[in-house]
Write a protein that binds this ligand. Structure first.
Ligand code: NAD
Length: 416
């Protein structure tokens, strides 16, 4: 039978396994299996040619028992409501595993932002905020950037919200540009959090990271910063990177500053001097110490999991590994640092941004880094202890920690 690659079906199957091990009350399990709230809407946008195009938008508030819903907003041509549901569920477990007082949400628009002019992108972003303004806010639901959304888009959305409500509320959205109340250290926070988790895991595994090889799939916010920080903070040798057009490999190492400059000039990592071209599939199967999937879901599946030769995978992307692939990796001794632990640095610094916005008093980058390190290290240790105690893989362990915390607040509120 072929694998079910529907991300929400995968998120539910992962929860089911955790519920079984936790012996979760069946009513609680049923409640945690579904989103609490969903918004589906159309966004009419005046295009540059004078016509109006109608885009489909979603916002899912999966669970807000621990605090306001929190989660990114993705602009993607293949966006579906089930992808948004899955990402919102993972946000719920992510905020719980790093123990910040927030719930989980996610948003999406079905569009190809690469084909939109800056004016069209601004009108779409403002239109999205007009559709959800009643349902978001500092105490309800706080969006942030994700794939193909960025600080400028967050700025337009914050401004639209402020105009609608008639007052300034910078904490309504995070990932803003610094002059509008963004946090120092938010730009590389996801990758930096992943670096701290990689460092802690390597200590446990007894792996020396200085000089260790690394391959990174995806060269956007998460992937490109993981590259520079792996060099800078861990002394690793990144030998392969890729983007949607393909990958490059050089066993002597690829320097982050050079690859970033090349991508900025040409639009892709392809054609980088001195490197050979490889496919995204080949990159995943390289014999490296750390493999970092940092693009999209379902790239390590039952089809290729047995060919993964990395010692550890640092899941910066959400949902890169399917449940069947997880079992194969675990059996083969590949150490997985699961997505909602490994990439939780972004939401953690988003939370710091909300705190700073509330006080209108801002922290230095070293202070953000130090506090992020404390949160990520504590989260990794909680998951590692659970994996050891229950003899389960890290993903199941992360679920056990997170689901238990969410269920506790649901119970205390008297919802179930
Ligand atoms: P981004 O838009 O900045 O970059 C995405 C990168 O992936 C681009 O380089 C793109 O070329 C590449 N890509 C797209 N399709 C690909 C494919 N089929 N094969 C290989 N590469 C492909 O996005 P991002 O913010 O870096 O997000 C990447 C992943 O990390 C997503 O799964 C996202 O949900 C997750 N994530 C991001 C953050 C964050 O703060 N940015 C936080 C947590 C998780």
């Amino acid at each position: 039978m072929s694998e079910n690659l529907n991300p929400f079906a995968i998120a539910q199957a992962q929860l089911d396994e955790a519920a079984r091990i936790l012996q979760l009350d069946p009513d609680m399990h049923a409640f945690l299996r579904e989103p609490m709230r969903e918004f589906h809407f159309t966004i009419p946008v005046k295009m540059d040619d004078g016509r109006t195009r109608v885009f489909r938008g979603y916002r899912v508030q999966y669970n807000d028992a621990r605090g306001p819903a929190k989660g990114g907003l993705r602009f993607h041509w293949e966006e579906t409501i089930d992808t948004v549901r899955a990402l919102a569920a993972w946000m719920t477990w992510k905020t719980a595993v790093v123990d910040i007082p927030l719930g989980g949400g996610k948003g999406g628009v079905v569009c190809d932002p690469r084909e939109l002019s800056p004016g069209e992108l601004e009108r779409l972003s403002r239109g999205y905020m007009r559709c959800i303004a009643r349902y978001v806010g500092l105490t309800k639901d706080v969006p942030a950037p994700d794939v193909y959304t960025n600080p400028q888009i967050m700025a337009w959305m914050m401004d639209e919200y402020d105009m609608l409500v008639g007052h300034r509320e910078p904490g309504v959205i995070t990932g803003k540009p610094l002059p509008l109340g963004g946090s120092a250290g938010r730009d590389d926070a996801t990758a930096r959090g992943g670096i701290y988790v990689t460092r802690e895991a390597a200590k446990v595994l007894g792996i020396e990271l200085a000089g260790a090889t690394c391959a990174i799939q995806g060269y956007g916010n998460a992937g490109s910063f993981y590259h520079s920080l792996a060099e800078e903070l861990l002394g690793m040798k990144v030998v392969a990177v890729s983007d949607s057009r393909g990958g490059i490999l050089n066993w002597d190492g690829l320097r982050a500053t050079d690859v970033k400059t090349h991508k900025a000039q040409t639009g892709s990592v392809l054609g980088f001097p001195g490197a050979q071209t490889i496919t995204n599939e080949q990159l995943l199967e390289l014999e490296v110490v750390v493999l970092a999937p940092a693009a999209l879901e379902n790239v390590i599946t039952a089809r290729n999991a047995a060919n993964i030769k990395a010692k550890m995978t640092a899941e910066l992307a959400n949902g890169p590994t399917t449940p069947e692939a997880d079992e194969i990796l675990y059996k083969n001794g590949v150490y997985v640092m699961p997505d909602f632990l490994c990439n939780a640095g972004g939401v953690t610094v988003s939370y710091f941004e909300m705190v700073q916005n509330a006080y209108q008093y801002y922290w230095s980058a070293p202070m953000v880094h130090e506090r992020l390190d404390q949160k990520m290290t504590a989260a990794y240790n909680a998951v590692h202890r659970m994996a050891d105690a229950k003899k389960v893989n890290n993903r199941v362990a992360a679920y056990l920690v997170a689901v238990d915390r969410v269920a506790q607040t649901v119970r205390l509120r008297g919802w179930v």
